[in-house]
Structures are given as structure tokens and as C-alpha cells.
Design a protein around this ligand. Sequence first.
Ligand SMILES: Nc1ncnc2c1ncn2[C@@H]1O[C@H](COP(=O)(O)OP(=O)(O)OP(=O)(O)O)[C@@H](O)[C@H]1O
Ligand SMILES: [Mg+2]
Length: 363
Amino acid sequence: MSAKYDQFIANDVTSNRSNVARQMLIKEYKKLGHGAFGTVVQAYLTPDNHKWYGPFAIKKVPAQTEYKSRELEILRVADHPNVVKLEYFFTHVSPSDNKLYQHLAMECLPETLQLEIHRYTSNKFELPLKHVKLYTYQIARGMLYLHALGICHRDIKPSNVLVDPNTGVLKICDFGSAKKLEPTQPSISYICSRFYRAPELIVGCTQYTTQIDIWGLGCVMGEMLIGKAVFQGQEPLLQLREISKLLGPPDKKFLFFSNPSYDGPLFSKPLFTGTPAQRFEKHFGNAGPEGIDLLMKVLVYEPESRLSPRRIMAHSFFDDLRKERYFFPRGHTQPKYMPSLFEFSQFELQILGELASQVTPQE
Ligand SMILES: Nc1ncnc2c1ncn2[C@@H]1O[C@H](COP(=O)(O)OP(=O)(O)OP(=O)(O)O)[C@@H](O)[C@H]1O
Ligand SMILES: [Mg+2]
């Protein structure tokens, strides 16, 4: 372990599984990322210099701000194969600025989906369709769980999705913007990274639902297919223009229900030729007819018309995953068994309801 990385003792390292707090030594040895609010480092923990736990990804965020305590609250309850698992958490005063930081020690995955997409595009390849299916399906399954708990992620994008390219496992991470939505309470619309923002957020809707995450799922799936962000608006309102180029302009009903007082540009002059189906075909031809059908049912203006997570999981685009349980990990010439995709908990089976049999492979 390199000496330039920190090691320190924290007194209240709480296990999220057992709720027991104890003193531990934390050894950091690699920076994994940094965002708007803090840093993420790879680290090992030890209670006695003997047994070592990890590696974990420790996210440090300033403690005691209302915004960030939601992240801990949500991670503490979330328990799903497609949601990053919180293992330990503790507070610690940083010697560099004497401020208190919340530390979230999560299971560590090797890569983000952003990096994985970049690996292919920088070599002028696209992700194999099987991988697009594998990853999109797991995002939908993670959302099935989160949305059933009322939790909206609010920042779905490839850098907030972790993958293990060797096993094909995917986990949603970064709950720094996530919130449990209450049906009668408004929420701020200035949320979510621009390229992935649902149209209702762009026009200032404050009564949005977890369906904003479904828009993000569509954007991420599209990005895996074409190797770059689907809608790249150069500023917030121009984001709607990019969406209009593919979907056509938003209609009056959509605007009325999203935000009747929106008075920004509508981009109603045709910015395209052909029908939406032809444009989807042109953009996402390599997704095949089923992939295009799915995208056209996800990238939809009206939030309530977008498919729900369970309907996404049941879509025929994923039939391949149900039939043929092997895939070729990047860089491998030998097929590998896919990760667990259909071992549903009782809770998931309940949410899937009558669709459970359609989602599950029929032996
Ligand atoms: N569990 C993990 N395993 C591996 N890498 C991780 C993990 N969690 C985070 N990372 C890396 O750190 C980066 C930043 O983490 P995260 O997205 O949670 O924070 P953030 O972007 O700073 O948060 P915010 O979006 O609130 O500013 C991720 O994009 C990823 O590269
Ligand atoms: Mg992030």
C-alpha cells in the first residue's frame, strides 16, 4: 500500500448489517472518483490489524447537510442485487480542513458503465447487443425495487452505474440526489444531469414521479447502442430541442400536465424529416426491431406512458437473456454463464405480479 494515501482510526465504524459500531483502522490506497460533493477512495478496514475487510469504495461527503443524509438513509435500507450495497458507515474529521465528513463504505465494483462504453467507442466499437440487454435489464430490475420503495434515483447516467465486465453484474450507485417521493409533495425540478433529464424536468415540473428515472434508463440504453449520449443539449433549454429532433415537439397536453406556466421555447417547427419510427430506426438500427420498439416505449414525453420497470423487464428485447444463459465478457473468447438475473425475492415477485412468469425463463 502506497504511503501517500491516508490511514486513520475511526471510532464509530457501524456495520450496516449488524448495526454494531466499533473502532477500526482505515487504509486508503486508491482514488476511484470525485464528484461535486466529495471523493471516493478504495480502502480496507481492520478492527485489529489482523483481519482485513474490503476492498470497499468509501465515499466521503460533508456531514450534517440535509441533502446528503438522504443518501445514507436510502443506502441503509436498500438491499438488492442491482443496487450498490452499503457495508459500513462512520464520521471522521478530516485533518486537512478540520471538517466532519460522513464516510460511506460500499462494496467496490471495478468500473462504471461510462468507462465501459468509452472503452468500446475509443476503439470504434459499440457494446455487443447482448451486453446492452444484460445491462439495461439489470438497471430496470434495480429500478423495479427502488421505485417500489418510492425511491427515485434522480441522477441516472452511465457514471452512476457500476459494472463488473468480467461477470456482467451491474449495480446502480450514487444516491446523492435520490429521494423518497411523496405523491402530494413537490420536489425541485432542477435535478439530474442535463443529457439525461426527462422532458418534464426540463419544463420545470415539480410533481414528477419515479418515471423520470425511466427516461434516464432510455438515455443510457441508447448511449450503449450508439457510443455517445443520445441527447446532447448545449444548455438546459436546448436539451428539449435535442429531444424534439428525435421525438418531435412536445404537445400541449404534456406541457399542461408538466408545467402549465412554462413559457420557454417549444421547438414546434419541424427539426427533422420522416416519422418518429424512421428516426429511431436510423439512430438505433443496430438495436434490432425489438430494441427499437423498447426505446420507443421508454423515450416518451408523457411520463405515465413510459413503460414501468416490470414491463421493461418483460419486453421481448430481453428474451435472449431468458433463452441463452451465456455471454462473452469483454476480452474473452470463451462464453461465461450470466450473472443471476431471475432469482427474485418474494418482494420482487409481488411487484412483478402477473408478469412474473413472462419475465422468468420457462425451462
Ligand atoms: N462502489 C463503488 N465502486 C467503485 N467505484 C465507485 C463506487 N462508488 C463510486 N465509485 C466511483 O466514484 C465516482 C463518484 O461516485 P458517486 O457517483 O457516488 O459520487 P458523486 O458523483 O461525487 O456524487 P454526486 O453525483 O452527488 O456529486 C463514480 O462515478 C465511480 O467512478
Ligand atoms: Mg456520480
